[in-house]
Design a protein around this ligand. Structure first.
Ligand SMILES: *Cc1c(COP(=O)(O)O)cnc(C)c1O
Length: 451
């Protein structure tokens, strides 16, 4: 380690508080400090190169230091970095809004910008809530979400979150939400079809009992990411949509993680032809460059707020950096790259490659389950394959396995005992193969020693 790195680590430990991190452990460890990027690689302060195996936490799309996006941001910088959307229009945010409406499921026609996934969800919840107030159905004040759901870390988003480890402590701070079971084929009783049926029935029980108090249902489409990459059985999202229509509540789809190509389509909703009332996007929207987010909604919902002269129907919500021009410029360049480089068309081959490797991994004695949805995949390590017993989280098995991949040139981040693979949708197949080889080598040679 060079002295530059040593100095930075010292300063980091002196001044920073890292997200989702037990800082006492951090202070005892030696962190990697990233200084630059090059395509699908991260480069640390000692010049070591790592394949970015989780897209810099699920947001990178075309790689790092991509000329077209860099140029778009520089050129926007020559015009203006930011101006407010409160009372003013802004070129880049207008151009991007049109594109977002074009690429999202039909029916979504209005774009409300913000700056993170949590705010995109927070906004969807507040719009849904106020929608019912504005049209006089004032008893519709509650939401249904899924157990193990993750929608971000602001208090509103935590209120519809279902992860005890993250959200339990805030119980008395958050609003009450009804939880439907998470359709997890690995942990459910019975087959995937039974899992699907039981999960939807359980959701309907809540709707039957509390239907007239429900404002909306919030779901992560197809995959519950932070829960440990739970891939829902086929048809679940469509089933939720059918319930939403039957009981006349709103469907809020959180595409923050799965949007922008992760699943093999631009948005996860498309796999099941689902048309949400509100759609939240963030992470990949700016290709992982800048904090930008958006909540899209229908004309019907918009019209309940757009009432001439009625100040009580206004949506009083906004953030200073709403629709930031640099972020919008990056997003526009990213969308152009999606079509110029035919990113979605290049994905099936890569998805197939991941599936081939993961099929092999599944046979390993300590691998309980593997799952995959497009270019999102996961390996769950278990203490006992028969009983599906987990390793105690104190053993930090996932973290140790990912640490073993670093000297081999892969940067991964687990979720508990789950090894997550989420490469950038645009990653070239050679780099992806290299990454999969590192994962395989680690599973075969290092994991038996770690567990
Ligand atoms: C990451 C994530 C969020 C939160 O996004 P932030 O930008 O970190 O606030 C919300 N929902 C889902 C599904 C996510 O994966």
């Amino acid at each position: 380690m060079n002295t530059h790195t040593q100095k930075l680590i010292e300063l980091d430990k002196q001044y920073l508080w890292h997200p989702f991190t037990q800082m006492a452990d951090w202070l005892d460890d030696t962190p990697v400090v990233i200084e630059s990027g090059d395509g699908f690689y991260l480069i640390d302060t000692d010049g070591n190169r790592y394949i970015d195996g989780v897209s810099s936490l699920w947001c990178n799309v075309h790689g790092h230091r991509v000329k077209k996006i860099d140029d778009a941001i520089r050129s926007q910088l020559d015009k203006i970095a930011h101006s407010t959307l409160l009372g003013l229009g802004q070129t880049a945010s207008i151009e991007l809004a049109e594109k977002l409406v074009q690429i999202t499921p039909a029916g979504l026609e209005k774009v409300f910008y913000s700056d993170s996934g949590a705010t995109a969800v927070e906004i969807a919840i507040k719009i849904a809530y106020q929608y019912w107030q504005n049209i006089g159905q004032t008893e519709r004040t509650k939401f249904i979400s899924l157990k193990e759901a993750y929608h971000g870390d602001t208090v509103g988003s935590v209120s519809v979150g279902g992860m005890d480890l993250f959200h339990g402590i805030f119980k008395s701070l958050i609003f009450e939400t009804y939880y439907a079971p998470s359709p997890d084929p690995y942990r459910c009783e019975g087959t995937a079809e039974q899992c699907l049926k039981n999960s939807l029935e359980a959701m309907e029980v809540i709707l039957k009992r509390h239907g007239d108090q429900i404002a909306g249902i919030v779901v992560e489409p197809l995959v519950q990411g932070a829960a440990g990459i739970i891939v829902h059985p086929k048809g679940y999202l469509k089933g939720v949509e059918a319930l939403v229509r039957k009981y006349g509540v709103l469907l809020i789809v959180d595409e923050v993680a799965m949007g922008f190509g992760r699943t093999g389509k631009m948005f996860a909703c498309e796999h099941e032809g689902v048309h949400p009332d509100l759609l939240c996007m963030a992470k990949g929207i700016s290709a992982g460059y800048l904090p930008l987010a958006a909540t899209l909604t229908t004309r019907k919902i918009f019209d309940a707020f757009a009432v001439s002269g009625d100040i009580h129907k206004t949506f009083y919500h906004g953030h200073t950096y709403t629709g930031n021009a640099l972020g919008c410029a990056a997003a526009l360049a990213s969308l152009e790259m999606f079509s110029e480089n035919r990113i979605l068309e290049t994905m099936p081959e890569k998805i197939e490659l991941i599936a081939d490797y993961f099929e092999k991994f599944k046979t390993l004695p300590f691998v309980g389950d593997v799952c995959q949805c497009g270019m999102v995949a996961a390996i769950e390590l278990v203490a006992d394959k028969e009983t599906k017993e987990s390793f105690a989280s104190e053993k930090k098995i996932g973290a140790k396995v990912c640490a073993a991949m670093r000297p081999k040139g892969a940067m991964m981040r687990p979720l508990g005992n789950v090894i997550v693979l989420m490469p950038a949708p645009a990653m070239d197949i050679e780099t992806l193969r290299k990454l999969l080889d590192i994962i395989e080598d680690t599973l075969v040679n290092d994991v038996p020693k770690i567990i």
